[in-house]
Structure formats: structure tokens, C-alpha cells
Design a protein around this ligand. Structure first.
Ligand SMILES: C[S@@+](CC[C@H](N)C(=O)[O-])C[C@H]1O[C@@H](n2cnc3c(N)ncnc32)[C@H](O)[C@@H]1O
Length: 227
């Protein structure tokens, strides 16, 4: 494995453990973005382009348009792409440094970037969005509050809304690791969103294995529609 990648992984594990022990499971994200000091190589999930599976999924669904909400937007590439193709986009992250970084990267953007916690969102986001995008968010949320996180996300959907999730897929019954990312099981995902209509659940292997899984782990892209 790439040594630098392995160093970053170990650093993240340590930061996540400390944050967890302080009862602040998301505290390490701000620390990571702040310490990265605008060097995207130090943010292991930063692709600096929209996720190709998001692009493919949206491109195949011309009927999905309107207002989009990007949950945990990181460095903003997914949000910017959605805005470019015509969505009115709100993108939020719990880390202030990530949102500042997005604003610096895209100074002329009309994306509404904001610092917010998925667990304490503004009330006016409820029933508001045609598309909710979560890429690699549920998989970084500890198991004891993951059900609650999934429930929160679906509350943002309007009556015609779609929820799109991309993440690591859990295929074997393995013991949960102490630090994220935690692959998600299909059964858990489908049960969390059973009040919605399943549009697709597709397994894939990431071509761009920039997070250094050897061998590459299976991923999923799944979507649900409020009906
Ligand atoms: C693994 S990163 C993925 C970032 C981005 N979606 C991507 O694919 O590049 C997880 C992101 O979720 C954010 N995050 C974690 N917990 C959050 C919460 N409770 N509310 C909002 N954002 C959160 C982190 O700050 C981080 O930017």
C-alpha cells in the first residue's frame, strides 16, 4: 500500500478514536480539514471531481431535477456538478473548514454552502428537496446513531424526492471495526428506507481506488423515491 496513504489512514484512526472517547464522534473531521491546510492530498476521500456514479445515475434520470441537498459535501465537487447541470443546490458539512474551503475553491458558485450537523438541521429543510445525495456519509456514522441519521436524511425529501446513497457494501458478517469507514449491509439499508420506494440497488467495484483498499471493497449505489 502507498506509504503516505497508510500514514493518513493510521492518523485518521487515531483522531477518530480520540474523538469517540470524548463523545464527539464527528469532531475529527474538522481537525482533519483544518490540518490539511488546503492540501487536498491530505483528505483521503477528496476526488476533486464529481463521483462518477452520481454523474451516471443523474444523467440517466432526466426527470430528476429541481432542488438538491448534498449531505456532508466535503470539498464540494458533487454539489458544483449538480449546480452546473441545473439543480438549485444546498450543500452542508459539519466541518467549518470544509465549507470555507468549498467557498474558496468556488468563489463564484451559486451553491448554498452551509455548516450544519445532519443531526440538527434547519427546520426549513424538511420536505423540501427533490434530490438528497449522501456519498460516504452513513458509513462514517457510528452504529448506535446510524439509524437516526438515515431517518433524518429521508425527512428532507419532498413528495417527488429521490434519495441517492453511495458507499461501501458489507457483504460478509464481519465484526464492526472501532473506527470508520464502516461498510453498510444491503439488508440494513433497505430496512432503513422501507417507507420509500426502492429505485435501484447496484453493487460495483470502485475503479478509482484512491482510498487504498487492497483488494478493493465492493461498493453500492442505491436510490429510493418517496411515493
Ligand atoms: C468520508 S467524508 C465524504 C465527503 C464527501 N461526501 C465526498 O464524497 O467526498 C464524510 C463527510 O461527512 C461530514 N460529516 C460527518 N458527520 C457529519 C454530520 N453529522 N453532519 C454533516 N456532515 C458530516 C464530514 O465532515 C466529511 O466531510
Amino acid at each position: 500500500m502507498d506509504e503516505n496513504l497508510e500514514d493518513i489512514r493510521l492518523k485518521i484512526q487515531k483522531m477518530a478514536e480520540v474523538a469517540e472517547s470524548k463523545g464527539e464522534p464527528f469532531g475529527w473531521f474538522e481537525e482533519l480539514y483544518e490540518n490539511a491546510n488546503r492540501q487536498s492530498e491530505d483528505v483521503p476521500w477528496a476526488r476533486m471531481e464529481p463521483h462518477p456514479k452520481l454523474v451516471e445515475w443523474v444523467a440517466n434520470r432526466p426527470g430528476v431535477n429541481g432542488k438538491a441537498l448534498v449531505v456532508g459535501c466535503g470539498l464540494g465537487d458533487d454539489a458544483e456538478w449538480l449546480e452546473e447541470i441545473g439543480f438549485e443546490v444546498t450543500a452542508f458539512d459539519i466541518s467549518k473548514s470544509s465549507i470555507d474551503w468549498c467557498r474558496e475553491r468556488f468563489p463564484h458558485s451559486s451553491v448554498n454552502y452551509c455548516v450544519s450537523d445532519l443531526f440538527a438541521p434547519p427546520k426549513n429543510w424538511m420536505n423540501e428537496f427533490d434530490l438528497i445525495v449522501e456519498i460516504h456519509i452513513l458509513q462514517v456514522i457510528p452504529e448506535n446513531i446510524r439509524d437516526q441519521a438515515a431517518e433524518k436524511m429521508s425527512l428532507f425529501l419532498n413528495d417527488n424526492g429521490h434519495l441517492l446513497c453511495i458507499g461501501r457494501l458489507l457483504e460478509m458478517d464481519v465484526e464492526e471495526q472501532p473506527t470508520p469507514p464502516w461498510p453498510l449491509g444491503q439488508v440494513w439499508l433497505e430496512s432503513r428506507f422501507q417507507h420509500l420506494q426502492l429505485v435501484n440497488f447496484t453493487r460495483f467495484i470502485s475503479e478509482n481506488n484512491n482510498v487504498g483498499d487492497f483488494p478493493p471493497l465492493p461498493r453500492f449505489i442505491a436510490a429510493w423515491k418517496k411515493s
